[in-house]
Ligand binder design. Structure first.
Ligand code: UN1
Length: 520
């Protein structure tokens, strides 16, 4: 399937064999060595803004490569686990410095492989830096707690212990930030890891892992295996020695991952889809709400799990808001993210392009919503060699329409009218996902009511649905996740197991729940 996807997508362009042969190869990292795949094959990482450019070539890893990486991670596990957490953290602080030093280079390389505009790619690298500093600080905390025991002369506490070997399967839309959300806490908690980055954006993860090597993280602690989900990813998820899988991607794939983990009793943490809503009340600052909607819907070309893909607007301001939104969307410049003047970059690959255009057709034909602006692929002139789609707004949509229910993951948003806050909340909650929601209002009571009623993992007031910060938990309810949270201190509960410890210094057998303890 992966091969078929590649054939449909980025890989089959004519007449570029010579350029391809000269393109730099970026090997796997296993047990501290930079190595090719056992398959001897390489895949192309192409620039979605201009597919004539190959950003790099990466190994088509097999189950054999994954098994080697797992073995290396196992060999290093005890030594890494026994290194005191503050020492582990010191290395991670060095990693943070290296990321800062290389921020511009990593930013440009990310834009070339992923497409998002430079400012946003810089934000992605910055998020990895923030995550590294914040989470490395846990090396001197990793708190457990002490608590009174039921019996005299007995001490009770609970401590965190590493889960063990972690398999990290990461997405292409935040190709450095999201790997860092998983990698850094896994390491500070004393786990070793094998990471399998998305096949569309392996370079940013390669850069992160290379920086780990430079920072002095010992051989075998971090291992990188590039390749396709159906082969390398599946081998990692299914490997019996991998204790934990942390996955970010679609709900459909996440469900498969969860099934495999359940079969072999592995810990499984999932971050998946969203169908996030901005609710605009009639008392909102409309200019601000439009700004937020444009940023949330079209930033990263709508390719964030937190993207504002639904905008529910009070009927009293509906017409005006929609007009303002359409005007702004029409003014956005679509192009190469490397160009400072670009507002909206390409979408990630040919599959995504076709899926998004398919939804635009569904919106018009099947759903019968009004296409208020956009709706087409841009493929002339400067756009000829990339995957560009006009920022698209559907108006007058009903909450049950497919475009208002399904995750599109592209520069498409749907405006839905509502008569009250209660109705907006009902529409907002009326999807299978529960990642992020926001409300624009000047009424503090309504803001708090909406915060209370929205069943999501993230909520914003007078701000868009995107823009989470790394020291707060990130994740969602319902089909968005499986009850875990990344980032914040909450992520430590993914990457550690609790151990409750009882120390009895009475010198006699004391039976909890049985022996009576009296005042004597
Ligand atoms: C994602 O939406 O895929 O909150 C991750 C944000 C970013 C992370 C987004 N800090 O928009």
């Amino acid at each position: 399937m992966a091969q078929a996807k590649k054939a449909l997508g980025k890989s089959q362009k004519n007449g570029r064999g010579a350029a391809r042969a000269a393109t730099k190869k970026y090997p796997n990292y296993i047990g501290g060595e930079w190595v090719a795949s056992a398959s001897g094959e390489w895949f192309d990482n192409e620039n979605p803004a201009d597919v004539r450019e190959i950003v790099g070539r990466f190994p088509v890893s097999t189950a054999e490569d994954v098994a080697e990486a797992v073995e290396a991670a196992q060999d290093a596990a005890d030594r890494w686990r026994r290194l005191p957490a503050p020492r582990r953290a010191e290395i991670l602080f060095r990693l943070g410095e290296i990321l800062i030093r290389n921020k511009d280079k990593f930013t440009r390389e990310m834009t070339r492989e992923m497409g998002k505009v430079l400012k946003e790619a810089g934000g992605d690298v910055q998020e990895a830096i923030d995550c590294t500093y914040y989470t490395a600080g846990e090396g001197r905390r990793l708190h457990g707690f002490t608590t009174p025991a039921e019996m005299p002369d007995k001490f009770a506490m609970c401590v965190r212990q590493p889960v063990g070997l972690c398999g990290l399967v990461t997405p292409w839309n935040f190709p450095m930030a999201i790997p860092s959300w998983k990698l850094i806490p896994a390491l500070v908690c004393g786990n070793t890891v094998v990471i399998k980055p998305a096949e569309d954006t392996p370079l940013s993860t390669y850069n992160l892992v290379k920086a780990c090597e430079e920072a002095g993280i010992p051989a075998g602690v971090v291992n990188l295996v590039a390749g396709y989900g159906e082969t390398a990813g599946a081998a990692l998820v299914g490997h019996r020695d991998v204790r934990l899988i942390s996955f970010t991607g679609s709900t459909e794939v996440g469900r498969i991952v969860a099934g495999v983990c359940a079969e072999r009793n592995a810990v499984c943490s999932l971050e998946m889809g969203g169908k996030n809503v901005i609710m605009v009340m009639e008392d909102a600052d409309l200019d601000l709400a439009v700004e937020g909607a444009v940023w949330g819907a079209f930033g990263t070309s709508g390719q964030r799990c937190t993207a504002s893909s639904r905008i529910v607007v009070h009927k009293k301001v509906y017409k005006k808001f929609t007009q303002m939104l359409v005007e702004r969307a029409q003014g956005l410049r679509v192009g190469d993210g490397l160009d400072e003047k670009t507002d909206v970059g390409p979408v990630i690959n040919a599959d995504a392009l076709h899926r998004i255009l398919g939804y635009i057709e569904v919106g018009q034909r099947e759903d019968g919503a009004r296409l208020a602006c956009g709706g087409s692929r841009l493929d002339k002139g400067a756009h000829a060699s990339g995957y560009f789609i006009e920022p698209t707004v559907f108006a007058d949509a009903a909450p049950g329409m497919r475009i208002a229910q399904e995750e599109i993951f592209g520069p498409v948003t749907t405006v839905i009218p509502a008569g009250s806050l209660a109705e907006a909340v009902e529409i907002g909650n009326g999807v299978r996902y529960g990642l992020s929601a926001s409300i624009y209002t000047r009424d503090v009571n309504r803001a708090f009511r909406a915060m209370q009623e929205m069943y999501t993992g993230i909520f914003y007031v007078n701000s868009s649905t995107i823009g989470a910060e790394v020291h707060l938990p990130f994740g969602g309810t319902k089909a968005t996740g499986n009850g875990h949270r990344e980032a914040g201190t909450q992520v430590l509960d993914i990457f550690t197991e609790w151990k409750s410890v009882y120390v009895d210094y009475s010198g006699k057998l004391q039976r909890a729940q049985i022996d009576e303890v009296n005042f004597e």
